[in-house]
Design a protein around this ligand. Structure first.
Ligand code: GDP
Length: 292
């Protein structure tokens, strides 16, 4: 993961920034405040603190530097409980990308397509958000940047499922490795949108299995964004999460909270608007960036 000036590391820098020091009751209060302000949520904060306290007692730890290591390891262990591997062994591997408008779906598809071409994968993307001409054009721009093929609707409002079908059909006929399909995120018509996603899926599955359904979440919206995304989790067969905008978020703890409350693995993280700003999710690196 690229080194970034993570704004969410700040909460813990205030606690541990001073180097070697004896642990006091204030230290525990400060850690609790940092965990809450980083959006771990009250339950995870309590659970993490309990583990850390018992480890500190067991090893008779007296210095904040050692306490910090224990905190980092505790967070890493919890983050590590989910498998972040993208399942791409089918050929073609079909990835459906879902989520509320504005969370970064299209951008993520552009970045992901670009990332996967580095592994010599032949990629095609499908613009199945057919009601917004701007969305189709935006995806076309990203496809161009990433140097991948695109299937666009022939006219605005074309049945999204037919675009998805054509994309996967072309992927099979022309031996693409991966087909990534953009979908609509109009939350106003939740029922309609879930039906539409269901239809897209059924139509694709006439041709090939769906390898991944990635739900994109905007990390800056924290728990709110998660509430909005609940319908996708309940109805869209989500297999993994993409957290975007971590570069602009002070809520790094949301990463752990979101995995535990959805019981879905984070598979990718977006950390900027550039084509290179997407990486896999590595608990070890993330815990180090978060806690320091
Ligand atoms: P969509 O409606 O879900 O397809 O969202 P878009 O892909 O159009 O993205 C919405 C906005 O979020 C755009 O301005 C993107 O540049 C921005 N964006 C997407 N991902 C990231 C990210 O990881 N970091 C930052 N800072 N901005 C992002």
């Amino acid at each position: 993961m690229a080194e970034k000036a993570w704004s969410f590391g700040r909460a813990f820098r205030n606690v541990f920034g001073g180097g070697s020091e004896p642990i006091t009751e204030d230290t525990w209060d400060d850690i609790e405040t940092a965990l809450i302000s980083a959006d771990f949520g009250p339950e995870i904060t309590d659970a993490v603190l309990e583990v850390v306290r018992s480890e500190v007692d067991r090893h008779r730890v007296t210095d904040v530097v050692d306490l910090k290591r224990i905190l980092r390891e505790t967070v890493e262990t919890r983050l590590d409980a989910f498998d972040p591997t993208l399942r791409l062994s089918e050929r073609p591997a079909v990835i459906l990308v879902v989520g509320v408008n504005g969370v970064g779906k299209t951008t993520t598809i552009g970045k992901l397509a670009n990332y996967l071409t580095r592994f010599d994968k032949k990629i095609i993307v499908g613009a199945a958000d057919t009601f917004r001409a701007a969305a189709v054009e935006q995806l076309a721009t990203w496809a161009d940047r990433a140097g991948v093929e695109i299937v666009k609707p022939q006219q605005q409002g074309q049945d999204p499922a037919s675009v998805a079908f054509q994309t996967v059909q072309r992927a099979i006929d022309e031996q693409f490795d991966i087909a990534i399909i953009d979908t609509a995120g109009r939350l106003q018509t939740k029922g309609g949108l879930m039906d539409e996603l269901g239809k897209i899926r059924r139509v694709i599955e006439k041709l090939a299995p769906v390898s991944e359904v990635l739900l994109v979440l905007d990390a800056t919206t924290g728990q709110n964004g998660l509430a909005q995304a609940q319908a996708f989790i309940e109805h869209a067969g989500v297999t993994g999460l993409v957290l975007t905008k971590l570069d602009g978020s002070a809520k790094g703890g949301f990463v752990l909270a979101v995995q535990e409350s959805t019981e879905l693995p984070i598979k990718l993280v977006g950390q900027g608007e550039g084509i290179g700003d997407l990486t896999g999710f590595t608990p070890h690196v993330f815990a180090a960036q978060l806690i320091g």
